[in-house]
Design a protein around this ligand. Structure first.
Ligand code: PSU
Ligand code: MN
Length: 318
C-alpha cells in the first residue's frame, strides 16, 4: 500500500502505526488534513459528551473540506484516523492512559490503549506528515509552577515539532504570563487570530495579557505557517482563537470555581498528570455543567478554524 500522508514513516517505524484507509492509499493527491488529540476524549470530559464531541469535530472538519485524523494509541499501536467504533471504545474506556511524549514507548510496548496529549499528538502528527492540529486547551506552566516545576510537555513539544496547533488560549487553571514566557524561550510563535490584542483564556475571550502576535484571519494564519515551513524553523506555532462570544464565561466567575477546585486538589494531594483532569472535572461540577458547555463550543469552533487553515495552507503549497 502506498501511503500518501505517511511520508516520514520509514520501514523501522511503519509497523508501529495504523493509518486509517481514508488517510493512506493509492491517490497521489494529498488533501488538507487536521489532526485531533484524544486525551480530551479519555481524560478531558465525561461520556457520552466526549464521544458526541469527537464525532462532531470530525464532521465539522469534513464539512469544511479537510480530512480529520484523530490520533490515539490503540492496542499498542499508534492509530492515525479512528473509526466510530474505536472512538467509542476510547470514549467509554475507564482504563485508558493519558499519554504524553514520555509515555509513548512504554504504552506501545505494553500493548495498551492511550489518549494522546497535545505533545504526543503533535509529534505523531508530524511523523505522519500532518501539519495542522486542532484542540481546545494546551497544557502550560501550572500556578506555583516556579516551585513545583509542573510545566506541561506541550510547551517543549511546541518548541521542537513543526506543527501548528489551534487552541482557545491557555486555561486560567494555569499561570498564563509564565506560560507565554516559557513559549517565548522555546522560540514558539504565539499568534491570536482576529481583532483582539489579548491572548484568550479558554473560557473567556480575554486574559488580561497581551498576545505576542496577531493574524487577522485564517488566510493570514496559513501564510504564517507557510513562511515558517519555508524557513525550515522546525518549531511549532500556537494559534489562539477566542471562544465564540455567546459561549464565553467571565474570568471572575471561572476564578471563583477555580479557587475551590485548586484548594481541593491541594488537600487531596493531586499532582502531575492528574491535576488537569481533576480540575476540569471539578469545574464542570461546580459550574453545573457551564464550563463543559463552553468547552464543547470552543472545541467545535477550533475544528472549523483548523480545517479552514489546513485548506488555505494546502492551496499555498500546491
Ligand atoms: N486542557 C483542557 N482539556 C484537556 C487538556 C488540557 O482544557 O483535555 C489535556 C490536553 O491533552 C493537554 C494535556 O495536552 O491535558 C496537558 O496535560 P499536562 O499538563 O499534564 O501536560
Ligand atoms: Mn504537568
Amino acid at each position: 500500500m502506498r501511503l500518501t500522508l505517511v511520508r516520514r514513516l520509514n520501514t523501522l517505524s511503519k509497523d508501529l502505526f495504523k493509518i486509517h484507509p481514508s488517510l493512506a492509499g493509492g491517490s497521489s493527491r494529498t488533501e488538507a488534513v487536521v489532526a485531533l488529540e484524544s486525551t480530551v476524549i479519555t481524560h478531558g470530559m465525561p461520556y457520552p459528551q466526549n464521544l458526541k464531541l469527537a464525532l462532531s469535530m470530525e464532521a465539522i472538519i469534513t464539512e469544511h473540506g479537510a480530512r480529520p485524523a484523530t490520533i490515539a494509541v490503540m492496542d499498542g499501536k499508534v492509530s492515525v484516523g479512528l473509526n466510530e467504533e474505536e472512538l467509542s471504545d476510547l470514549a467509554k474506556s475507564k482504563s485508558c492512559r493519558k499519554v504524553s511524549r514520555r509515555d509513548l514507548s512504554d504504552t506501545l510496548s505494553k500493548g495498551l490503549h492511550g489518549g494522546t496529549t497535545v505533545a504526543a499528538t503533535m509529534l505523531l502528527a508530524h511523523r505522519a506528515g500532518i501539519s495542522v492540529f486542532a484542540t481546545g486547551g494546551i497544557g502550560g506552566v501550572h500556578r506555583d509552577g516556579e516551585n513545583s516545576l509542573d510545566i506541561s510537555a506541550d510547551l517543549t513539544e511546541l518548541g521542537r515539532t513543526p506543527v501548528a496547533v489551534v487552541c482557545a488560549g491557555a486555561k486560567s487553571i494555569l499561570d498564563i504570563p509564565r506560560t507565554l514566557e516559557f513559549l517565548e524561550t522555546q522560540g514558539v510563535c504565539v499568534a491570536t487570530i482576529g481583532d483582539t490584542s489579548d491572548f484568550p483564556s479558554f473560557f473567556s475571550r480575554k486574559s488580561g495579557h497581551h498576545s505576542p502576535c496577531h493574524v487577522a484571519n485564517v488566510q493570514k494564519a496559513a501564510e504564517l505557517i507557510h513562511i515558517q515551513n519555508r524557513l525550515n524553523l522546525q518549531t511549532g506555532i500556537l494559534f489562539a482563537v477566542p471562544i465564540p462570544q455567546e459561549d464565553e464565561i467571565p474570568n471572575d466567575q471561572v476564578e471563583e470555581w477555580l479557587q475551590v477546585a485548586l484548594k481541593e486538589a491541594d488537600s487531596h494531594d493531586v499532582r502531575g498528570r492528574d491535576i488537569t483532569p481533576f480540575l476540569l472535572k471539578r469545574l464542570t461540577e461546580l459550574s453545573n455543567g457551564r464550563t463543559l458547555t463552553a468547552n464543547l463550543a470552543l472545541l467545535r469552533n477550533n475544528a472549523k478554524v483548523g480545517a479552514q487553515i489546513a485548506v488555505a495552507l494546502k492551496k499555498l503549497q500546491d
